[in-house]
Design a protein around this ligand. Structure first.
Ligand code: CP
Length: 304
């Protein structure tokens, strides 16, 4: 892969996506047999997270270590960011520390791109505001491909808080590129203003949206990004937009449930569905390590 950074799915070509997914398949096979590599020995990877994370931060850390790289977790709460240091100055400092790659999560859309354009180190966007979360979309695609062989022609329904979701934006772009038929569903208050421009179908009625779906992807209500009331109660939201066992009966004969996490049981998904045999939520977490190994390997191991 001849690029310095991965900032969004929209930047990637189909051949780059194919290379990432096929490399991730190989990485997943390594994970399954407990194999580690030393090919990135001597490289250093920093995780710089301005927002909370369990899955993304730890799986990038594990992925880098699985490839032999050293890792440095920068805790924004205890770093010089608290003394007023800007993102760019923090990035330049990491450059001066000879860091080869920075994995960044930031609440502001475009911040990963700003960092990438300013520093020498490779940058991977681990989620920037409501813009993109490319590693999440790639791990979702890997999980669906491992389940079905191919997602071309499969119906993916993404339901919930589309408005505040970088996961939705990256998945619409990626699954669309792979030939899936993507439908988004949610209350009007939680659909973005320009939802028609996202390049997918829009169906606000969940019973209609889920009809014939092969992949069902509920999203968490991002209360931390809501400055007003977007729905009346958790119970009412679950009634109209929750993924329940009753609603799964409307799916295609073969289907899967994916959720980027963290899940809120009895809000966007029932506990029964989260734990059912068709739920791939924990499989997504393992595939997250594989995809992130592929991203790091292809950026740091290849020619720029
Ligand atoms: N899906 C996801 O980004 O999870 P974390 O916030 O735990 O990283």
């Amino acid at each position: 892969m001849k690029r310095k950074d991965i900032l969004g799915i929209k930047d990637l070509s189909r051949s780059e996506v194919n290379e990432l997914l096929s490399t991730a398949q190989t990485m997943r096979e390594m994970i399954d047999v407990g194999e580690k590599s030393k090919e990135l020995a001597g490289k250093s990877v920093a995780t710089l997270f301005y927002e909370n994370s369990t899955r993304t931060r730890n799986s990038f850390d594990i992925a880098a270590k699985n490839l032999g790289a050293s890792t440095m977790g920068i805790s924004v709460a205890t770093s010089s960011v608290q003394k007023g240091e800007t993102l760019v100055d923090t990035g330049k400092t990491l450059d001066a520390l000879k860091t080869d790659m920075i994995i960044i999560r930031h609440p502001v859309a475009g911040s990963a791109r700003l960092l990438a354009e300013t520093i020498k180190a490779s940058v991977i966007n681990a989620g920037d505001g409501m813009n993109e979360h490319p590693s999440q979309a790639l791990l979702d695609a890997l999980t669906a491909i491992r389940r079905f062989g191919d997602v071309e022609g499969k119906k993916l329904v993404i339901v919930g808080d589309i408005k505040h979701s970088r996961v939705a934006r990256s998945n619409i772009a990626l699954f669309g590129m792979l030939g899936a038929a993507v439908t988004v569903c949610g209350p009007y208050t939680l659909l973005p203003d320009c939802v028609d421009e996202l390049g997918c179908e829009v169906e606000p009625d969940f019973d209609r949206a889920i009809d014939g779906a092969s992949i069902v992807m509920p999203l968490r209500l991002q209360l931390e990004r809501m400055d007003q009331a977007f729905f009346s109660s958790r119970e009412e939201y679950h009634e109209y937009y929750g993924v329940t066992a009753r609603r799964l009966r409307m799916c295609a004969d073969e289907f899967m449930v994916m959720h980027p996490g963290p899940i809120n049981r009895e809000a966007e998904i029932s506990g029964e569905v989260a734990d059912c045999a068709d739920s791939y939520i924990l499989e997504q977490v393992t595939n997250g390590v594989a995809v992130r190994m592929a991203m790091i390997k292809l950026l740091l191991g290849g020619a720029k």
